[in-house]
Design a protein around this ligand. Structure first.
Ligand code: ADP
Ligand code: GN1
Ligand code: MG
Length: 364
């Protein structure tokens, strides 16, 4: 087993239809939930990479249903890209197991899947330019557009009430009352701020917006940008693709692509909303989604950034209070640091909400 890996990737990947000999594996990416590895194989001396992933079944309680969603979504997207240049880099491709399934369950009950590795493209944890922001916006808008005609049945909810912000607020109140880790005393200002924002939580759910097939985790680092052209070439991390509201997707893009600071930055002076980045996201998203979203959805794009930045800050705070049970942490207090960046960013967005609203109305 590779020392840097928490799992025996060689042994796990043996169960998939991978050609060649195993060479090495290393942990990959910076996600908070699953475990991802880049596995290197050799075919006649030529190196071939694969992305091997463990689905966190403590969080995704129905991994079999989740994989059915992923299979259907990737198959649908593949038909859309068929015969287009670079088709195999525009959608994730599952590598089947030796017995033809889309995932493998190991002896400890962990669910594993393998994707073809998309070469000459990468993700970025922090946005570097308005051009990248435009590409991310366009790619996620296009993703919604291409899934608009996904045939029935409805995808399953891989996490029920995932973007039900009022329910997220209720979970926060329960965690606060329980204070199991005795940490509430360390987060007084953040708790007071969260409590003061209760009325914002319902703004999207009460707006009577249409349910669509949405991604629901549109972080900037969930789109691969082509190394040469910079194009947003492939939307990844499909575990939360399910019925949802379009503005939540747009909002999470705004949350993760309008600040140039890391999500857990401790120097809050570095955390602020960058309007030109917002403009690029909005132009990119609307270039692909502007033709099908309704007037009501468009009217809620500006507030969606504030809402999901609040929701995510609230989730980090709830997890801090619960003793770091949900998001991976690499140091003490990391969830509280993450909460602080979100609340700081939200304040900075709120001051520019009217300008955001105006811009979104103006873009054709
Ligand atoms: P997580 O749920 O942990 O965020 P992701 O599915 O986003 O996992 O994958 C983690 C990282 O692995 C991504 O940020 C991306 O850099 C890389 N990645 C994922 N899928 C592929 C792929 N098929 N080809 C190349 N890189 C990939
Ligand atoms: C998690 O797995 P990752 O890092 O892409 C989380 C998102 C949060 C995000 C915050 C299933 O996403 O909802 O917005 O962290 N995913 C899940 O960075 O809870
Ligand atoms: Mg990810």
């Amino acid at each position: 087993m590779d020392n840097a890996c928490r799992h025996d990737v060689r042994d796990i990947s043996r169960n998939f239809q991978i050609l060649g000999e195993f060479r090495s594996a290393m942990p990959w990416g910076s996600g908070h939930i699953n475990d991802s590895y880049c596995a290197l194989y050799s075919q006649a001396g030529v190196e071939v990479r694969y992305l091997v992933q463990r689905v966190n079944h403590t969080i995704f309680k129905n991994p079999v249903g989740l994989m059915q969603n992923v299979e259907r979504v990737t198959a649908h997207l593949a038909t859309k890209w068929a015969d287009q240049p670079d088709a195999s880099r525009r959608v994730l491709t599952l590598v089947p197991t030796r017995n033809g399934r889309c995932s493998f369950i190991d002896a400890s009950g962990d669910h594993w899947r393998v994707y073809l590795f998309i070469e000459k493209a990468r993700t970025y944890d922090v946005v570097e330019s308005p051009g990248q922001a435009f590409q991310a916006g366009r790619a996620f808008g296009e993703f919604q557009a291409l899934l608009a005609d996904l045939p029935a049945p409805r995808l399953i909810d891989t996490i029920p009430d995932f973007h039900n912000t009022p329910k997220r607020f209720a979970s926060f109140e329960i965690a606060l009352a329980a204070d199991v880790a005795g940490r509430a005393r360390l987060a007084g200002p953040e708790i007071d701020f969260a409590l003061s924002q209760k009325s914002l939580c319902k703004v999207l759910l009460e707006a009577n917006l249409p349910a669509r097939t949405t991604h629901n985790d549109t972080k900037f680092n969930n789109v691969l940008l082509d190394d040469q052209t910079g194009e947003g070439i492939c939307v990844i991390d499909l575990d939360t693709v399910m019925p949802g509201l379009a503005p939540y997707d747009f909002g999470d893009l705004v949350r993760t692509t309008t600040s140039r600071a890391s999500e857990d930055e401790r120097d809050l002076s570095k955390v602020f909303f960058d309007f030109p980045l917002f403009e690029s996201i909005a132009r990119g998203y609307l270039s692909a989604a502007g033709g099908f979203i309704t007037k009501a959805e468009r009217q809620h794009l500006a507030v969606s950034g504030l809402l999901i930045t609040f929701e995510t800050g609230l989730r980090f705070l709830t997890d801090f209070l619960a003793g770091d049970a949900y998001f991976k942490v690499h140091r003490q207090g990391q969830n509280l640091d993450r909460c602080r960046t979100q609340f700081k960013l939200m304040g900075s967005m709120a001051r520019q909400e009217n300008s955001m609203r105006k811009l979104v109305e103006e873009i054709q």
